[in-house]
Design a protein around this ligand. Structure first.
Ligand code: EPU
Length: 302
């Protein structure tokens, strides 16, 4: 969608919003898939209510993008603009055991910033690409830890109420790759409480996780991480692998040879190729195991 309304275009700079017209979502997502639209970069959270009113009044639909690392976007001219928060500087502030982190901060860099202040616990998240906000929304985790375990407060913009609100950790349910945030809540910032650990010990934990990840995941290929959530007590990757589906492809969308729950864009895959591959693999798993695989990747069709 292209914003053509001159009133909207002229109001954006006053709200601290930069419009980048006609961007390809393939450039903004780790899968390198997706059609074109205008990207609105938001520099000042406090103007979100006015921005939302402006877009609503002009009939401009929108979607919020975090780091673009867990999303599969449809092809073609998109019927909505994409909004993205620009990270503030500094994006991590430490006070004692607490880290105050901007939602647009890079997840891996946040983990290392905390480590430099002798705050650990999140070593497993090293190597998970994306933003802190995206990780919070889906309660990202790896190697036995999940980010939600450390969240003491989350500041969200509640689109339904058109205002920002600070939620206490106890008001949010963090489950396996799922949270109780409303679908249109926008993560703004988080206060994490982290255990004290010597920097060297944290670095060693980071090194071990990096090694495990490099050994089992296709890190140098275009993917959105795991495509499916693991069903309770089972591993989607192992099931897909056991069915001999590594390397199975629809066009350039391909099941990774390294980890069967990673679907990679091996060239110029379109969203349709990736969706067809997801459907085909899900059907094979359903028939063989009677298990219904649920997508972990967020699909932006509509
Ligand atoms: N396995 C296979 N073949 C494969 C992949 C895995 O046999 O192609 C086997 C492994 O040998 C292992 C078991 O399946 O015995 C589990 O594999 P792995 O340790 O790789 O863990 P996973 O359950 O596949 C989960 C998360 C990952 C996270 C790792 C490490 C999900 C959907 N995936 O993968 O998270 O990095 O554990 O903790 O929960 C993500 O969410 O995007 C993601 C990559």
């Amino acid at each position: 969608m292209r914003i053509s309304d001159p009133q909207v275009l002229s109001a954006l700079p006053d709200l601290g919003v930069e419009c980048r017209p006609g961007l390809s979502m393939a450039e903004l997502t780790s899968l390198a898939i997706g059609g074109t639209t205008d990207l609105l970069l938001i520099r000042r959270h406090e103007h979100l209510p006015e921005l939302m009113s402006l877009l609503l009044g002009a009939g401009i639909a929108h979607r919020f993008l975090g780091g673009g690392t867990n999303v599969l976007v449809r092809d073609g001219e998109l019927p909505w603009v994409v909004l993205q928060l620009v990270r503030s500087e500094p994006d991590v502030r430490i006070e004692g055991h607490f880290a105050y982190v901007d939602a647009a901060a890079d997840l891996g860099r946040m983990v290392t910033s905390c480590a430099k202040n002798d705050l650990g616990g999140m070593e497993g998240l090293i190597g998970v690409p994306g933003t802190v906000g995206g990780a919070l929304r889906m309660n990202a985790g790896a190697y036995g830890m999940q980010i939600g375990a450390f969240a003491r407060e989350v500041r969200v913009y509640r689109a339904a109420e058109r205002r920002a609100e600070t939620l206490r950790g106890s008001q949010i349910s963090f489950e396996y790759r799922h949270t109780s945030f409303a679908p249109d809540d926008i993560m703004l910032a988080v206060k994490l409480e982290l255990p004290s650990r010597p920097y060297r010990e944290i670095l060693e934990g980071i090194r071990v996780c990096n090694q495990k990840r490099r050994a089992s995941q296709p890190l140098n290929q275009k993917s959105a991480g795991c495509i499916f959530k693991n069903p309770p007590g089972a591993s989607a990757g192992r099931m897909i692998d056991e069915l001999g589906l590594k390397g199975h492809a629809v066009g350039d969308a391909r099941v990774s040879d390294r980890h069967a729950n990673f679907f990679v864009n091996a060239g110029r895959a379109g969203a349709g190729d990736m969706l067809a591959l997801i459907a085909a693999v899900r059907e094979r798993v359903r028939r063989a195991y009677g298990a219904e695989l649920e997508e972990e990747v967020i699909v932006w069709e509509g």
